[in-house]
Design a protein around this ligand. Structure first.
Ligand code: COA
Ligand code: AMP
Length: 634
């Protein structure tokens, strides 16, 4: 885990940002082409807590694609699509990317999509996913990408909220051992949603073609081929680029909003400052375009910086083996790899000695970055030893779009401390707050919060929900953004992210709401009440466990009911929820006023110390809970 010591310019860069944040961001903004330069760097009087780069006009697609072609990078690979699932490797140059994006933008425009209109993108990991995102950005339209592992009902909720004019989707996704037909899911979602899109563009994949609904559905590749290329439409820096729905504490997902200007500046800057890469370098974020890591580091940031980005449609193991990541790094000359600790744990489980790694030449690889969930020290140490390269854990969220804390290759790495997410990125003042909202002393656990204003790229608000934005993030600690994570900041400024303070769990790096799963379980006719908790899992970090109390007089067997529940969560939320275990319990721990003590259950599941709540109606139940939760841990 040791990075370079002594040579880091982190402290001076952080201090420079603290002294004059506007100067720091004004310098970063020079990395972006503006049609109209911003009038101000930040205006605290606009929006909910201020807005970045007001008065500026730009086009994100121009910055990610066109300007690199204009600068002579047209022949350089922009995207390397590597799909062990489809058995294909395809290299798309910046010149080719420009042609495809401009024509798909033309096809969308022909369907009536213009600046400010929404487009839902429900695609697997194929080049058409970034192409569709960039085509929207080109038009000033707002995309909302939905992860393929979600079920029709989740897609419907997003269509209902975003109200897209067009949905871009595919006939199918490819998961190991099965072809996932996307089109029936899309059709069901449109049926469920009160809002109906005017049109759907469907990518027909050879593995399974889909029936198209006349008048509504169009073949994506045919529409693209027939379209006239569309130029970039400049938009205000403060205009939305995309909405990305993420799990909140209820079943209704939160529409995280990203603007154009702040996003482009922060992401461009992050490539040099955080990852230490620049134009021409190969960068690989082994994630999915449906998640924020995919938005930021498969698509926008590497392309804004003129890098080559790898789009990998496969898994860390089983496609075909635990050497897959190392093969991709070696074949494509990846300089920096970014993935989730779960992926490394999966590789470690199958190839603990790194025998498969030894087959590949990883001389181009300079660092491994990890995020998406807490990285256990054993995983960080194992990968650092195996690779003999710096391994950097960095903490971030869908809400921020780029790292809150980490190590900074571009500034020279300071030594990382396994188990910690590194130090605050210039742009963020991170504190642990006690229950009174006061900064806790170093080393003391509290609610991790960021002093307002949040830096560029962070959500200015939630899509059409300023009130929910304030309630969810700003009201708990006035003057701060409440991250929803608990942890501490130590005396040297390292931030240790320990757990969530709400109902969100992290399953294999995927963020899920236990509240949403509880809503599904509670709808079963035999369930009186329920709770879903994340229990420790040695591979996925956490997996959900349903605890259900049955109604009196239920005659069906517990096994039948738990099978129903597992099927219901899969159907309504999706396979990605990985909900595979439900236990019938006699009762749940509650307060005397009847509120389920979810916080206490969470602590038991996390193996944390807890105090028996004074308001509990029956303390004896906690022993039964401990037994059930321990038995479920793997
Ligand atoms: N479309 C349809 N189904 C999908 C899907 C998609 N895009 N992505 C996942 N699923 C399905 C899987 O097929 C699986 O279904 P199953 O229950 O029928 O097996 C289920 O959702 C759970 O998937 P996953 O979380 O990928 O678990 P897994 O057991 O198949 O694989 C790992 C385990 C560790 C290999 C996998 O979780 C992984 O690669 N994790 C890294 C995650 C990551 O990169 N996250 C990005 C955050 S930075
Ligand atoms: P997401 O919005 O899906 O990126 O998930 C964000 C959440 O994942 C954070 O709030 C944390 O709970 C967790 N997380 C992400 N990265 C890290 C990290 N490096 N260390 C600890 N937790 C992390």
């Amino acid at each position: 885990m040791e990075g370079r010591t002594g040579a880091s310019r982190y402290d001076e860069t952080y201090a420079a940002w603290q002294r004059d944040p506007n100067a720091f961001w004004a310098e970063a903004a020079r990395g972006i082409d503006w049609e109209t330069p911003p009038a101000r760097v930040f205006d605290p009087g606009l929006g909910v807590y201020g807005l970045w780069f007001p008065g500026g006009r730009l086009n994100t697609c121009h910055n990610a694609v066109d300007r690199h072609v204009a600068a002579g990078r047209g022949e350089q690979a922009a995207i390397i699509y590597d799909s062990p699932m489809a058995g294909r490797v395809e290299r798309i140059s910046y010149g080719q990317l420009l042609q495809r994006v401009a024509k798909l933008a033309g096809a969308l425009a022909a369907l009536g999509v213009g600046a400010g209109d929404r487009v839902v993108i429900y695609l697997p990991m194929v080049p058409e996913a970034p192409i569709a995102m960039l085509a929207c950005a080109r038009l000033g339209a707002v995309h909302s990408v939905v992860f393929g592992g979600f079920a029709a009902a989740e897609l419907a909720a997003r269509i209902a909220d975003a109200k897209p004019r067009v949905v871009v989707s595919a006939s199918c996704g490819l998961e190991p051992g099965r072809v996932v037909a996307y089109k029936p899911l899309l059709d069901a979602a449109i049926d469920l949603s009160p809002h109906k899109p005017d049109a759907c563009l469907i990518l027909q994949r050879p593995e399974a073609t889909a029936a198209l609904k006349p008048g509504r559905d169009h073949d994506l590749l045919e529409a693209e081929a027939a379209a006239a290329p569309h130029p970039c439409v400049p938009v205000a820096a403060t205009d939305p680029l995309y909405i990305l729905y993420t799990s909140g504490t209820t079943g209704k997902p939160k529409g995280i909003l990203r603007d154009n200007g702040g996003h482009a500046v922060a992401l461009w800057n992050s490539m040099r400052m955080v990852y230490g890469v620049g134009a021409g370098d190969v960068f690989w974020a082994a994630s999915d375009v449906g998640w924020v890591v995919g938005h930021s580091y498969i698509v926008y940031a590497p392309l804004l910086a003129g890098c080559t980005t790898v789009l990998y449609e496969g898994k860390p193991v089983g496609t075909p083996d635990a050497g897959a990541y190392w093969r991709v790094c070696a074949e494509h000359g990846v300089k920096v790899l970014f993935t989730a600790p779960t992926a490394i744990r999966a590789i470690k489980k199958e190839d603990p000695q790194g025998r498969l790694l030894a087959r590949y030449d990883l001389s181009a690889l300079e660092a491994l970055f990890l995020a998406g969930e807490r990285c256990d020290p054993a995983t960080a140490l194992w990968s650092a030893e195996l690779l003999g390269k710096p391994v950097v854990d960095h903490w971030w969220q869908t809400e921020t779009g780029w790292t809150i804390t980490g190590g900074f290759r571009g500034l020279g790495l300071f030594p990382m401390r396994p188990g910690s997410g590194g130090k605050a990125a210039p742009g963020y003042e991170v504190v642990a707050l006690d229950e009174a909202g006061q900064p806790a002393p170093p080393g003391q656990i509290g609610s991790l919060a960021v002093r307002l204003p949040l830096p560029p790229s962070c959500l200015p608000t939630l899509w059409h929900a300023d009130g929910r934005f304030r309630e969810s993030y700003l009201d708990a600690f006035p003057g701060y953004y409440n991250s929803g994570d608990a942890g501490m900041v130590d005396a040297e400024g390292y931030v240790w992210v320990m757990s969530r303070t709400d109902d969100i769990i992290n399953v294999a790096g995927h963020r899920l709401s236990t509240g949403a799963m509880e809503e599904v379980l509670a709808s079963h006719p035999d369930v009186a009440e329920c709770a879903v908790v994340g229990v420790k899992d040695s591979l996925k970090g956490q997996v959900p466990l349903g605890l259900v109390v049955l109604k009196a007089g239920v005659t069906r067997s517990e096994a039948e009911i738990t099978q129903d529940l597992i099927g219901m969560v899969r159907d309504r939320i999706g396979p990605v929820a990985a909900f595979k275990d439900a236990q019938v319990v006699s009762r749940l721990p509650k307060t005397r006023s009847g509120k389920i003590l979810r916080g206490t259950l969470r602590k038991i599941a996390d193996g944390e110390e807890y105090v028996v709540p004074p308001t509990i109606d029956d303390p004896a139940i906690l022993d039964e809970m401990e037994g059930t939760l321990r038995a479920a841990m793997r």
